[in-house]
Design a protein around this ligand. Structure first.
Ligand code: NA7
Length: 551
């Protein structure tokens, strides 16, 4: 393949960053602080990424606010006040905007602009990046901060274009208020987004039909206002708490995991542990024992506990049975965190429809047909998920060395070294890419680690007058093997999850994130850097960036 020619008139900068979510914002702050010129392109109308798009009713983070926030600035973490244990989407978006304002980031972010394509020019060690406006920018580095859950996916249902009512996707929710009052609403899907939105929609709709193909495990959030005392406890010791979350935890979230497995306890004691986890609420339920994600028998005890809770909460035994997951170990798909989800099925205006036994056949002008039954609907909410981890990268036509396309290289599944770079694509970094802890972790912890590592790497290159960094095939092959090996020692691959690409027809089934834990992973990345960036080849002269004055 032939490399495309670079347009000599293109404006230039040191780094183009794709996306102005939490990763893009911190990248801009960090790289600008290192003296690099940075241009951020964001397809949305504002900053915030995931939290800009996912504004469906009930949307909130399932990691606690005091931990789902940046740690890079002591002033920022001391001054920002979260209102609730789990922050609602509008507050997280406000936080993203606050960060952008506070650090004067907007001036280098171009909104409403997609990056359409990018091509590497090996003679100059530079990328040409083409945006949706047709503008071409030349940059030494291309950094994909495109997010892991940002490519919303609506299944290809027959008749969808004939539906006369309104349709919504949870991951692409309108910015105007949506009021379902007096409407017959259908929600398709029962993943995390559906589980958060169903109780809220049920409050508004005259009738809500929930079309469930696969039930998921959900534990209560026990969301509440954050008292000044709790906030103060965190802030008094924030730096140390953050350090422990970064270095010592499995997923970037501080939680206490007992040094015993589920089968080490007798039944009654085990039930007490699970009750305590259930009453604590949130994803730390999975920390009730240390072997829930590696031992099927241990895991089954937790599954059985949650199933028993569902049976207790849901009055109709047939509905309860349908809501009880039986096809995957608990936690092998991301566990959901809810407010009143199971209880919602006791409402007279809510009907659970099993589309496993009777699949959705087609969308009708006035509803949908599933299992031979017609459901009349005014609105349909698709809570059908995302082409996760690789979907947003795949939308950009990225050409690396010799014009090879990233989509072509990743046709059998994503291949990276450390989740940070892919061989054949020099000077291109991915934030929380496949092969890193990413979606298995507190995303902000993983984002900060990647951005800091990249910052250090670019400083190293500048200090040594180097212009090109590229992962070697050998290092990449070894890392892919390591990622697979670690995953295969756990229960995760047993679930048909979006971690595996299983929700996208035709997508290769590969466990995408690195599951060895954020502390271990951070150490591996630090060791690689300490060994002179082992597994990477660094060559070339630094290409001088010119100014962005032409923009
Ligand atoms: P998920 O977790 O991917 O959930 C998507 C849901 O949509 C899931 O219940 C799917 O059922 C369902 N789905 C998808 N296609 C269909 C069709 N064709 N028919 C019926 N049902 C369908 O996405 P979310 O947005 O809820 O959550 C994503 C992540 O965001 C979450 O894990 C958190 O980390 C935050 P299936 O299981 O495929 O049978």
């Amino acid at each position: 393949m032939i490399e495309p020619q670079r347009d000599p008139a293109a404006s230039s900068c040191d780094a183009v960053v794709v996306g102005a979510g939490f990763a893009g914002l911190y990248l801009l702050y960090k790289l600008r602080g290192l003296g690099l010129s940075v241009r951020v392109y964001e397809q949305g109308g504002d900053v915030g990424g995931t939290w800009y798009w996912n504004r469906y009713p009930g949307a909130r983070c399932d990691v606690e606010s005091m931990q789902y926030s940046y740690s890079f600035s002591e002033e920022l973490q001391q001054e920002w006040e979260w209102s609730e244990r789990y922050a609602p989407q509008p507050e997280i978006l406000k936080y993203a905007n606050h960060v952008a304002d506070r650090f004067d980031l907007h001036r280098d972010i171009q909104l409403n602009t997609r990056v359409e394509s990018a091509a590497f020019h090996k003679d100059e060690n530079r990328w040409s990046v083409t945006t949706s406006g047709g503008k071409v920018v030349s940059a030494s580095y291309l950094i994909l901060a495109t997010g892991c859950l940002s490519n919303a996916r609506t299944p290809d249902f027959a008749g969808l274009d004939r539906f006369r009512g309104a349709t919504y996707h949870t991951g692409h929710w309108p910015h105007a208020d949506v009021d379902f009052a007096g409407q017959r609403v259908g929600v398709i899907g029962t993943g995390s987004s559906a589980i958060q939105s169903i109780p809220v929609i049920a409050d508004q709709a005259s009738h809500l039909f929930v079309f469930q193909r696969t039930p998921n495990f959900s534990v209560p959030a026990h969301n509440a206002s954050l008292t000044p005392e709790i906030t103060q406890q965190w802030k008094a010791d924030y730096a140390e708490k953050r350090r422990r979350a970064r270095e010592e935890s499995r997923n970037g979230i501080l939680m206490v995991i007992p040094e015993k497995g589920a089968l080490d306890d007798a039944e009654e004691a085990r039930r007490r542990e699970y009750e305590a986890g259930w009453n604590r609420g949130g994803i730390s339920f999975m920390a009730s024992y240390n072997n829930l994600l590696i031992d099927n028998s241990a895991n089954e005890t937790a599954c059985e506990f949650v199933r028993s809770k569902i049976a207790e909460i849901v009055h109709d035994p047939a509905v309860a049975a349908l809501l009880q997951p039986r096809d995957h170990p608990i936690g092998s798909k991301r566990i959901c965190v809810d407010t009143d989800y199971y209880r919602t099925f006791n409402r007279p205006n809510v009907t659970l429809v099993d589309v496993r036994s009777g699949p959705i056949e087609e969308i009708l002008p006035n509803g949908l047909r599933a299992g031979g039954i017609d459901y009349e609907l005014d609105s349909i909410v698709f809570a059908t998920g995302f082409d996760a981890m690789t979907g947003s990268v795949a939308k950009i036509d990225i050409r690396g060395r010799d014009g090879v396309s990233l989509n072509h290289k990743w046709a059998e599944g994503p291949r990276t070294y450390l989740g940070l770079m892919s061989a054949g694509f020099p000077n291109m970094f991915i934030i929380t890419g496949p092969g890193s802890p990413s979606v298995l972790s507190n995303m902000i912890v993983s984002i900060e680690q990647h951005v800091d590592w990249i910052g250090d790497c670019l400083v190293h290159m500048r200090q040594h007058g180097l212009g090109c960094i590229e992962a070697t095939r050998t290092a990449e092959d070894d890392w892919v093997k390591q990622v697979n090996n670690v995953a295969s020692g756990t229960l995760y691959p047993q679930a048909s999850s979006w971690y595996m690409g299983a929700n996208i027809p035709g997508k290769p089934r590969i466990f995408m994130p690195y599951i060895g834990g954020v502390g271990v992973y951070r150490q591996i990345c630090s060791d690689v850097a300490a060994k002179g960036y082992a597994g990477f080849v660094m060559t070339g002269r630094a290409g001088a960036a010119t100014s962005l004055a032409a923009e």
